[in-house]
Design a protein around this ligand. Sequence first.
Ligand SMILES: [Zn+2]
Length: 110
Amino acid sequence: MGRKPEFKATKSFTMGLRELAWLKEYSERRNEKASAIVNKLIREAMLEDVHTETERKLRGPIAYCTGCSKQREFEQVQHDDQVSWLCFECGEDKTEVVEYYIKQNERRRK
Ligand SMILES: [Zn+2]
């Protein structure tokens, strides 16, 4: 019961012919299984995705800080029931401005 040395993706998703041709050539050249290569590529994309996601979460909104006279990153600070946005560098309160930006962004996304 020998397996045919056939080149195919057995799970049901579609790949472009050129991509499939490249994968075949690449896996032969590297002497690696196509599935291993695809898995590796997907894993890289997954890591990259997680990385961008955490970076996006860590980075606060950027707005002009009058205290620094520069574009600055703002961080969200919560005390009691109040949430304010403070300049990451000088701590200037820019809550109104940042919240305005955030609302505009949300509107643009809809
Ligand atoms: Zn500042």
